[in-house]
Design a protein around this ligand. Structure first.
Ligand code: ASP
Ligand code: MG
Length: 436
């Protein structure tokens, strides 16, 4: 069995939903995981923002607009007026519930409940559409199996047990549809897997049901070997290893949620990235295989700062780095790249919210400076030492661009360089030209 996840744009309108129905119309059994229709999660969060500041008219306007959009989409989606009316009745109940929640005072829990309606609505609409088309499809509620533990992480053991129970009940149907993103937390309350979390849902479901493949359907034909927004003529990468894909997912290849990879990788289940707009395109296959000695892709991430600390106390001393790192830990800020010399360490971070406190605390340990407005450029592929020359190729491509920091050797799959964001596009183009 395969698990297929369709993102917000793939189910973004009645027409798009009909198209997804075509894509899944072969006779194979599958579990289909859906996001909310594109824009819906943002709108619901916008309504919650209005609630937070007490602007109830603002919230009501957003909800009214959203409701009208759904009225139009349901009118377009169904063939029979009986199906259309019955779905629209249910959606009206959902909107009634959303409005009732917006009458309460803001809390995290209210937010989670409101935002969950995006996926509840898209899956209801899509399942009803398939049923109207006489497809053997059924809705399996994510809230009856997807669970978080007390740390807010997926509770794999419990989710597995519940998922198997649910599949026992629904698994006879050819197409089992479920919601991405939403779940229950350890207290049994509605929660979610964070923005973009439907990919994660699909990966968890695929891993826990021993699927033969997990397919992530979006509106681009796989991971590209460079950023198509800045570089012309980028190509989809046909095949990546899990490690390579994980590096790329972090470094801005937004198509895949970074954590999504882990459950699939643990079970060695291949993940295929496919394009709803071009369903026969090969896309990108992510698995345990990799192409030996090949540089696969270049990616970039903006909004990076580098913090540098210099101290004579570091020279030939132990324990210095651990004191430096503990400052970042205290301020709950992850370090991405590190470069050290005998007397200085540079560290890059992408969360700048605590940078003032971090710098202040680090000043107790040495001389500190920091710089913002940087981008990480990451070159990903099989970079093991029996493949000579690729570092030279990368550095040579960037010979006209000031490089602030280089991190190499941390893994066999990636070399990362820090440049000013003003130089990013030039760096990406130069690398594409030199490597691909
Ligand atoms: N609908 C959620 C979001 O917009 C989850 C997802 O689409 O993956 O973040
Ligand atoms: Mg997404």
């Amino acid at each position: 069995m395969k698990v297929l996840k369709f993102g917000g744009t793939s189910v973004g309108s009645a027409q798009r939903m009909q198209h997804v129905a075509d894509i899944i119309s072969d006779n194979e059994k599958k579990i289909v995981v859906l996001s909310a229709m594109s824009g819906t999660t943002n709108s619901l969060l916008q309504a919650v923002d209005y609630l937070r500041v007490g602007n109830l008219t603002g919230a009501a306007d957003v909800v009214n607009l959203l409701e009208r959009k759904y009225e139009k989409e349901t009118a377009e989606l169904y063939l029979t007026s009986s199906m259309q009316e019955s779905v629209w009745e249910k959606l009206k109940t959902y909107f009634f519930e959303i409005r009732s929640l917006l009458l309460e005072s803001y809390s995290n829990q209210i937010e989670k409940r409101i935002v969950s309606y995006g996926e509840l609505i898209s899956t209801l609409m899509f399942t009803s559409y398939l049923q109207e088309q006489n497809v053997d499809a059924v809705l399996m509620p994510a809230l009856s199996f997807m669970r978080l533990n007390a740390d807010g992480e997926p509770d794999m053991a419990l989710t597995q047990q519940l998922l198997h129970e649910q599949l026992g009940q629904y698994g006879e149907h050819r197409i089992v549809i479920t919601q991405g993103f939403i779940c229950l937390n350890a207290e049994g309350k509605i929660d979610n897997l964070k923005r973009g979390g439907s990919d994660y849902s699909a990966s968890i479901i695929g891993a826990l049901s021993d699927a033969e493949e997990i397919q992530i359907w979006t509106d681009i034909d796989g991971m590209h070997n460079n950023d198509p927004r800045f570089v012309d003529g980028t190509q989809p990468v046909p095949q990546l290893s899990f490690e390579e894909a994980a590096e790329l997912a972090y470094f801005g290849a937004k198509i895949l949620h970074p954590t999504c990879i882990l459950p699939a990788k643990m079970k060695s289940i291949p993940v295929r990235l496919l394009n709803t707009l071009d369903p026969t395109a090969p896309g990108t296959l992510i698995s345990n295989d990799y192409k030996k000695g090949k540089i696969e892709a270049v990616a970039a991430k903006d909004g990076i700062a580098v913090v540098r600390i210099q101290s004579d106390r570091m020279l030939l001393a132990y324990g210095f780095l651990s004191r430096v790192f503990s400052v970042f830990e205290q301020h709950k800020t992850a370090i991405d790249l590190i470069a050290t010399s005998e007397v200085a360490v540079s560290m890059s971070i992408d969360n700048l919210s605590r940078i003032g406190d971090i710098v202040e605390d680090l000043r107790k340990l040495g001389t500190v400076s920091f710089e913002t407005g940087l981008s990480i450029i990451s070159v990903v592929g099989d970079l093991r030492s029996d493949n000579l020359g690729f570092e030279a190729q990368v550095i040579d491509a960037l010979k006209d661009i000031p490089v602030r920091m280089i991190s190499y050797g941390g893994s066999d799959h990636n070399i990362s360089l820090l440049v000013s964001t003003d130089d990013k596009v030039r760096a990406l183009r130069a690398l594409s030209k030199a490597i691909f």
